[in-house]
Design a binder for this molecule. Structure first.
Ligand code: C2O
Ligand code: CU
Ligand code: CU
Length: 519
């Protein structure tokens, strides 16, 4: 059970000290008493100070771009736990091991309320960055949790209600990489051969400043689409490699854009991990659709290429549905995106710059995944159904939009039970918008889940073999997932991770109830 004292919202003296001094060692901080609770004997292996702050960073040639950035510093623990990306607005890559206790003292130094969510991590409700925990400029929030996830590529980003889209877009996002013994044993490329790649689209004005939505409702219905494809915050991203095997960790950190990933030369992608870590065995696909917030890890072996070779990772053209580029998207939108969802383009270029004698062989066995069984689900005969529909010019889940603390009776689950949830993206809705259909990447907070089945899928671009926390539904598709509500009771979110949809309320709470808890 989570002790409410395990989290602290720091205000007053402590917050002022943090805001003024930036990073201060705990013992020397004037308001240090406010940072720790005597009743709390949480002793972190890794203690990090993290702040959201305005910054300037070079992106395009010429003027630097004003952004909001996460900046961090290790207060206690391995200094290598934070990796700062060069010339990037992205926050530091946080590295932790399963079982480690992590404290993150987060300070809000930007001009909006905000809160940090650890996307994909299994943490108590108070540590999850629900919008009810937003803090004002100058305030701090202390996160303390044990890393319970298996090795994998997770990430962190803001979660204030209604303004998550602009805050992530403005630069607030970072990776949270977890490692464990099973991953070590798999013998994967590590160190400089393990490369994080965060893909995002942006738009710039003539002075290199970020341009977001114009405020037109139709634009928000579609979601933001930029005409620059950035990787780790840089345009025209090029990756120099040696002739050997690499582990490429991809995150789609875009607000709305979907990528249909493929190697330009037509060789298949070799996928070794998804949102929640390693697959049991590598799988191959000619292409993979990667929706916002989804992760995918590739095994990329360049050993057969001579020095000087170039390879390009591209996004292939695809049909994104009625609003992604059809009549609705074009005729009624205020500003038409130069690069609609579903357009083809290149994402990054790999250049083989040096010869290396040794490479690694692709392991045939990566990890063990214990499979949930539908027969064990408490609601196997009656899956919870979530219809993704537009009503009254708003994207909804079962006709509902987000209310801060609202939970409907059909959004309550019991602690430590396995359930079947079904998401249905069959369009419909009412009035003149009826039948309008868009992709929706659906995400659950707190849990990794397994895909039970999909229907209506007319392509081969999904990797459903492993643990997931976000699943993409293209128009006409439906999906059943198996999810176990383990360990932590409380209020968690589920929502569409198209951030403009999320901001307009395509998000709901679900409540994990603990029937055995005393009231
Ligand atoms: Cu990336 Cu509510 O999540
Ligand atoms: Cu999340
Ligand atoms: Cu959506």
């Amino acid at each position: 059970m989570i002790n409410r004292r395990q989290f602290l919202k720091v205000t007053g003296a402590g917050a002022a000290a943090l805001a003024a001094g930036g990073i201060i060692p705990l013992a020397k901080a004037a308001g240090a008493g406010a940072l720790t609770n005597p009743a709390n004997n949480f002793n972190p292996d890794l203690d990090i100070a993290l702040k959201a702050t305005p910054a300037e960073t070079p992106v395009l040639p010429g003027n630097p771009t004003r952004v909001w950035s996460y900046r961090g510093q290790v207060v206690k623990g391995d200094p290598a736990s934070l990796i700062h990306l060069q010339r990037s607005y992205l926050g530091p890559v946080i590295r932790a091991r399963t079982g480690q206790k992590v404290r993150i003292r987060f300070t809000n130094d930007v001009a909006d309320e905000t809160i940090v969510h650890w996307h994909g991590l299994h943490v108590p409700a108070e540590m999850d960055g629900h919008p009810r925990y937003v803090i004002a400029p100058g305030e701090s929030y202390i996160y303390e949790f044990e890393v319970r996830n298996r090795a994998g590529t997770y990430w962190y980003h803001p979660h204030p209600h209604g303004i998550t889209g602009p805050q992530v877009y403005g630069g607030l996002a970072g990776l949270f990489l977890v490692s464990d013994d099973e991953e070590n044993a798999a013998g994967l490329p590590a160190g400089e051969y393990d490369i994080p790649l965060v893909i995002q689209d942006r738009a710039f004005d003539a002075r290199n400043q970020l341009v977001y939505l114009s405020g037109h409702r139709m634009e928000q219905m579609t979601g933001f689409l930029g005409d620059w494809i950035l990787v780790n915050g840089q345009p025209d991203f090029s990756l120099p490699v040696a002739s050997r095997a690499y582990r490429l960790r991809l995150l789609n950190g875009s607000n709305s854009r979907i990528y249909k990933l493929a190697w330009q030369d037509g060789q298949p992608l070799t996928i070794i991990a998804t949102d929640g870590g390693l697959l049991e065995t590598p799988v191959q696909r000619r292409y993979v659709l990667l929706g916002p917030a989804e992760r995918l890890e590739l095994w990329a072996d360049f050993s057969k290429y001579p020095v000087g070779s170039e390879l390009t990772l591209v996004s292939l053209p695809f049909d994104a549905g009625a609003m992604g580029g059809g009549m609705m998207g074009r005729g009624m939108m205020g500003a038409e995106s130069v690069l609609p969802n579903g357009a083809g383009f290149s994402i990054l270029r790999v250049t083989v710059t040096r010869r290396e004698q040794k490479t690694l062989a692709l392991p045939q066995r990566l990890a063990t995944i214990s499979r949930y069984r539908e027969a064990d689900a408490v609601n196997r005969k009656n899956p919870r159904r979530f219809q993704l529909v537009m009503q009254h010019m708003a994207w909804t889940i079962n006709g509902r939009t987000f209310r801060m603390l609202e939970v409907a009776s059909d959004e309550k689950v019991r602690l430590n039970t396995l359930e079947v949830w079904e998401f249905i993206n069959q369009g419909g809705g009412m009035g003149m918008m009826g039948g309008m259909n868009m992709p929706h990447p659906m995400h659950l907070h707190g849990m990794q889940f397994q895909v039970l089945e999909r229907q209506g899928v007319r392509h081969e671009g999904y990797v459903d073999e492993g643990w997931k926390d976000t699943v993409l539904l293209m128009p006409g598709e439906r999906i059943k997932i198996l999810v176990r509500f383990a360990d932590y009771p409380g209020l968690f979110l589920y929502h569409c991770h198209n951030l403009e949809h999320e901001d307009m309320g395509m998000m709901r709470n679900y409540l994990i109830e603990n029937p055995s808890a005393s009231v």
